[in-house]
Design a protein around this ligand. Structure first.
Ligand SMILES: Cc1ncc(COP(=O)(O)O)c(C=O)c1O
Length: 396
């Protein structure tokens, strides 16, 4: 007998993938230029030129057997030292390479952390709206997913609801800022408040509650007053899950890392558990060439100006048309309220105008939709009149 749960997961596509596949079929029917696919968070700007140059240089200068050979299970020491040094300078946290574990992107970072921390019966809190795969990752680790809705006005954590949801079984909380699907960014005060709550609760229960900070969009911020801080500064039991997928526009190359807070008491044991979980899951030795590329290009980004332009264009147009939108300070998603409250009906009506986006139900937040604006600006501009017609249909 095969594993039923795995069969179910493999047999049923996520609705984001469903819409993405529909977009392909529809494009074949009416031409890709006439389908406005805002379903998926695939970076639309090219990777920085220096990245391709780095790949070529590495291939030319490094002996093949060394370049493509196994590295240490946790990643090359020089790679980890370089990335940790950059992190320390940027965020003012004394991270060392020995606290870093290279992974195949944020998905691997998250699953490894969850397997490293959780035992059967543990609970892991996520804040809705949340990245839909969290459910798969948390339940796959044997833990129970506990969903807490964010504050309705701001989509920042609802601290009173969160306080009630924390129990002696709470092993961790996953936070994601800049957020997919809302684009909301947590400021320093929010992180400090979260740290105070987790400290108070773990002290009261005599437990440890880990903060798992999922940060694939860390560099994707658009206003100079938006500052991204490291939660490690405020809460010792923090694990950062990072990915180069979005900042460097290389989601298919699968490279990222886990960083264990150097301020964590017993951090060594947690690091060993991470190495063990990586081993258990077969996530050892992340892609060797791209470990080196990541170290050489850490701190660079693709041209984020395109996303900022798209963000401004879309947010300004849709709010002017009468839609209610959350102002996205980061990532490349706009979260829009379904005019009559039914997100699925809204997506269907939009689909009739060849506008494809995802109902918030998939992110644990019905009544809203997610529009991924990582598309060509020209295409976004051509889509705006269809949004205007949709607004009229709803009488906005
Ligand atoms: C919030 C969030 N976490 C994790 C991931 C997975 O990232 P990766 O492609 O690096 O595995 C994504 C991908 O879209 C994401 O949006």
């Amino acid at each position: 007998m095969i594993n039923e749960k795995s069969y179910e997961l493999g047999n049923k596509r996520s609705s984001i993938r469903e819409i993405f596949e529909y977009a392909k079929t529809r494009s074949a029917e009416i031409g890709a230029e006439n389908v406005f696919d805002f379903s998926i968070g695939n970076p639309s700007v090219p990777a920085p030129k220096q990245m391709n140059e780095t790949i070529v240089r590495l291939i030319e200068e490094t002996p093949s057997v060394l370049l493509h050979g196994y590295t240490s299970a946790q990643g090359g020491k020089d790679v980890r030292d370089t990335i940790a040094g950059n992190y320390a300078r940027r965020f003012g946290v004394p991270l060392l390479g020995d606290g870093l574990y290279m992974t195949c992107g944020a998905a691997a970072s998250l699953t490894i952390c969850l397997h490293a921390l959780c035992n059967a019966g543990d609970e892991v809190i996520v804040l809705a709206p949340y990245f839909a795969e969290y459910r798969v990752f948390v339940e796959g680790s044997g833990a129970k997913l506990v969903v807490v809705a964010s504050d309705e006005q701001t989509l920042l954590p609802d601290f009173s609801a969160l306080e009630k949801a924390i129990t002696p079984q709470t092993k961790g909380i996953i936070v994601n800022s800049p957020n997919n699907p809302s684009g909301v960014v947590y400021d320093g005060e929010t992180l400090r408040r979260l740290a105070r709550l987790l400290t108070a609760k773990s002290t009261a229960y005599g437990t440890r509650i880990f903060l798992i900070s999922d940060e694939p969009y860390r560099e994707l911020i658009y206003d100079k007053e938006t500052v991204v801080e490291s939660p490690m500064r405020y809460y010792p039991d923090t694990l950062v899950c990072y990915s180069y997928s979005k900042a460097l526009s290389l989601p298919g190359e699968r490279i990222g890392y886990i960083a264990v807070n150097p301020y964590m008491v017993g951090g060594n044991a947690v690091y060993f558990a991470i190495c063990g979980a990586g081993r258990k899951l077969g996530f050892v030795c992340a892609p060797a060439l791209f470990q080196r590329v990541a170290a050489a290009c850490d701190g660079l980004t693709a041209d984020l100006g395109v996303y900022k332009r798209n963000r401004d264009l879309l947010y300004n147009a849709l709010t002017a048309q009468g839609f209610t939108c959350v102002y996205p300070r980061g990532a490349f998603y706009l979260f829009v309220k379904a005019p009559e409250g039914d997100s699925k009906a809204f997506c269907e009506r939009a689909k009739a105008r060849e506008l494809l986006f995802v109902p918030g139900d998939d992110f644990g937040y019905a009544g809203w939709v997610r529009i991924a604006y990582c598309v060509e600006t020209e295409k976004l501009e051509r889509a705006l009149p269809s949004f205007a017609l949709l607004a009229k249909e709803y009488g906005l």
